[in-house]
Design a protein around this ligand. Sequence first.
Ligand code: FES
Length: 602
Amino acid sequence: MEGRTTAEPASATLSAEHVANRVGQAAAGSRIASIRMVRLVTGLTLFTYVGTHLLNHSLGNISVGAMEEGLSIQKWIWQGVLGTGALYLALITHFSLGLRAFYERRHFGWTWTEVVQLTLGLCIPFLLMNHLFVTRIALTQFGVQKGYPQELYSFWVASPELGVQQAAVLIVAWTHGCIGVYLWLRLKRSFEHLKPLLLGTAIMLPVLALLGFYQGGKAVRLLAHDPVWRAANLNPWQVGLAPENAMLRWERNVSLAIALGLVLLVLIARGVRAWRERHGGLVRVTYPNGRVARIPSGFSILEASRSARIPHASVCGGRARCSTCRIRVITGSGRIPPPHDVEQAVLHRIGAGPLVRLACQLRPESDISVVPLLPPYWTAAAVRTKTAPRPGEERFIVVLMVDMRNSTRLAETRLPFDTVFIIDRFINAIGTAVTEAGGLPNHFTGDGLMAAFGLACGPEQACRQAITALGLIGRNIAALNEVLLAEMAEPIRFGIGVHGSTAVVGEIGYAESRVFTTLGDAANVASRLESASKTFACQAVVSHTVLTLSGCDASQFPQHEVAVRGRTANLVVHTIADVSTLYHQTDASSVARSPPRFRRGG
Ligand code: FES
């Protein structure tokens, strides 16, 4: 902990604190679950209301009379005691939860869907307020009976700017709801089947509604020239008296001011919190490649990763649903708060070991070091289709084994500090390439690294990712060699072996020293091919299986056969003299996040 010291509590008080923590965490867990449920139920209520509204508008494609018929059904549903109560309760609760989310979410790491959803959600009350007061409140307060003829007259004849506002609120509310439904359903297996239907409905319904709104408006504009129609449809009991309308306008403005005041209050609260956090103690979060994030106490590990721009999988956006942000706590585990009920349930579902936690839920109060357990580019599709490996699961894995050449000589001729510095840069260059391609560096062997591809995808994509990683490794090591040119007698050289086959994936180890690894033919053969790269004097030896499955033209690389211990037949492989040639042949140049940066100093 920076800025303050952390003393271990005395053992006598530990159990009492532990019990208190457990109670607190359990309460936090059930609070999160309840809030999530309330947000979902109120959101679905409002979404249904907007959906029925759009359906009703689309009847305008038939006639204004059809819209009125539809409205009578709508009124039956939404203007009874139950409907009105549910609607107002949902409106107030959902808006309050939106303000709460606006307060709680930090400014960094928002995805565009979250930004759009929240912005649209906060706009809805301001766009909706006028319509709410001139229809529902006018009915309750003054008994004004408005229907489609009166509203369409207002939107298309008397105040066209209100018509634009009305169309806008429908689109905004519908889009906000669609994003919410998407975020809710995208992790469910049935989403794959429902996707076309949902997408079709999400697009077609508002289009039909806007067309109906236009057709209805056009009809009313023509009818408005007819004095008989005006006399029948624009009576005071249908459009309200001037003093009544003035009162409604005043009430609307007060409500708008209150809503605006609430948003401003949240903004001020965020500012105060940020100021307090900046002046409080900081917690250090250390990651495997030596990167460190410093966060105020109270931030989650996922927020730490985001603030330090460390790629970290988080498919559900930190809602404790997907488990893709899972981490292993390496040090500091004795001082972390226990998981609350919701986190515990997710950890139980994935069969997590004792030191595995969800990064989005763990809020350390003292220094901690962690290892993210899944590749940062894990997708919702992978979660949905359950391609995430379960402990002890068998699946097709491509293993890439890299070894730095002449590292022993390097250690003999240079100071220990220099040796560690150079090998650390080498491992970083390889690890960055692997993660950018979609793989997981999961085993370090001094001057080498083993990486796995295919933990979240099928065999073809796993092979493509491995070949892409080769291109990125070539690029990264070339950049590193340029930086170290003056310090090294010769450039860094390396050998790589790549092979794919069915392997067992899972965690092995003892106590806190557990690692996620792959066991089986792929790792053994990749290791053998890495050794063979010395014999062939090339940078990489890749099995024919991987090269062809990746879609790469294997004929451009010399073909050989290699004997592998334990196999009766030789393995067909290809040698690649310079892996950087793959950089422009594969996805490498498009997945590379930024040019590699290597510092000269330690
Ligand atoms: S980000 Fe989904 S569970 Fe943490």
